[in-house]
Design a protein around this ligand. Structure first.
Ligand SMILES: Cc1ncc(COP(=O)(O)O)c(C=O)c1O
Length: 414
């Protein structure tokens, strides 16, 4: 199975479609990464940081109560939300920040949408003593204030991006622009398994710790391979990190779950593979499948989870969809909320809305597969960050009143 890109390409997808001015920076990154990924000291430092700072290995939990309730296949949960800063994003942020240090870079820049990658990057920079600037669309700055608060607490500068739609894709453009101006002393930490080569390879490699741990941990529960593995797919970093270790085990069905949003019409979802409007294009430095119109303009997307609300998908994921090694499905917003409630109530975990897409799909798959089969789900993050959205979705007058009272309390200086 094609685990690494072939000169930056996975089949027809991938590549380095970038302005000439960025070519030297990407060449330097490619050369350095290809050196350090085989460097014993670098690998040791990465693993000791994952252990002592990130808190790895994250647990693999048998979801005994939900399994009994559903009466189907056994469901196991890889709890990435228990990593420092609450999601898998930190694995990659730490890896790239360590690489930046080795390359002698003084400053880190990154883009963020929902803020999880921004928080993870700012945290890694605080730990490693690197200057950090996060580019974030102005709209996202307004709606993700708690994450902005933590990034600033970690000492990062958060720069609101006011161009275009003032969201994630504009933040990426701005970060790339900044990088082209300051490539000598600046390193760009990209947050998902996409963008120009070598990012898709590098992000996957740093995230592959997830699947490697699973292979080890599942021996504590059963001797054979799982029947299916399920992960949500935004850009693709948690899913490819979870699946890579098992790509050659063809008896294991790998299932990627996209955001079904509120419906199947354009603008209502972010389903690049399973929805209407997905076609091959070149955007932000890489060739892949994007939700776009006939003129190649990106379509608007919607998802209850900010982390899956993106029009593109990483090139390796697009390739694995074409070759049918990964099967894709989707979960709608309402199913996602139901899954979150079920796992919170019966397993005592708070899954992120992104991860709850994988859980919603797993419930259906467990019923379909039946007793005796085994499914492992990657719970990519925890959902504390989603409290505003979840409380509102569950019709929370109590929550609304709490927020109003809190404003009164703050303004009254109490
Ligand atoms: C918890 C969580 N899971 C999943 C994702 C989706 O990204 P990816 O597909 O790169 O894992 C995000 C993105 O912010 C996230 O925060």
């Amino acid at each position: 199975m094609n685990k690494r890109s072939d000169n930056g390409f996975f089949g027809e997808y991938g590549g380095q479609y970038i302005a000439e001015i960025l070519r030297p920076a990407l060449k330097e990154l490619e050369t350095s990464y290809n050196h350090y990924r085989n460097d014993k000291d670098f690998i040791e430092e990465f693993h000791s940081t994952l252990k002592n700072f990130v808190g790895r290995p994250t647990p693999l939990l048998f979801a005994e109560n939900v399994t009994k309730l559903i009466g189907g296949a056994d469901i196991y949960l890889k709890l990435e939300g228990l990593a420092n800063t609450g999601a898998h994003k930190i694995n990659n942020a730490v890896g790239q920040a360590l690489l930046a240090k080795k390359m002698g870079k003084k400053k880190i820049i990154a883009e963020t949408g929902a803020g999880q990658h921004g928080v993870a990057t700012a945290s890694a920079c605080a730990r490693l003593g690197l200057e950090c600037e996060i580019f974030m669309g102005e709209i996202d700055v307004a709606r993700q204030r708690p994450n902005v608060f933590w990034m600033e607490m970690f000492g990062a500068k958060v720069t609101p991006v006011t161009s275009g739609t003032k969201t994630l894709k504009d933040a990426v453009n701005e970060a790339l622009r900044e990088w082209s101006k300051r490539k000598d002393d600046t390193f760009y930490i990209l947050g998902s398994a996409l963008g120009p080569y070598p990012y898709p390879d590098m992000v996957r490699d740093f995230q592959s710790i997830i699947g490697r741990e699973v292979r080890d941990q599942m021996k504590g529960y059963f001797n054979n391979l799982p029947d299916a593995m399920v992960a949500c797919v935004g850009g693709g970093s948690n899913s490819i990190g979870f699946f890579t270790e098992f790509l050659d085990d063809t008896s294991v069905t790998l299932i990627g779950v996209e955001a079904g949003g509120i419906g199947d019409n354009p603008g209502e979802h972010a389903s690049r593979i399973t929805g209407e409007g997905g076609s091959t294009g070149i955007v932000q430095g890489y060739k892949s499948i994007f939700l776009q119109d006939d003129n190649g303009q990106l379509l608007a997307t919607h998802s209850i989870s900010a982390g899956l609300d993106y029009a593109g998908i990483g090139p390796q994921l697009a390739y694995l969809a074409d070759t049918k090694r990964i099967t894709f499905t989707k979960a709608y917003d309402n199913e996602v909320i139901e899954a979150l409630q079920l796992f919170a109530k019966h397993e005592g975990i708070i899954p992120a809305l992104e991860s709850s897409h994988a859980l919603a799909a797993a419930i259906k798959i467990a019923k379909e597969y039946g007793a005796g089969k085994k499914i492992i789900v990657n719970v990519s993050g925890r959902g504390d960050k989603d409290i505003f959205i979840v409380a509102k979705a569950l019709g929370g007058d109590v929550w609304l009143n709490f927020l109003k009272q809190e404003i009164v309390r703050i303004e009254g200086g109490m």
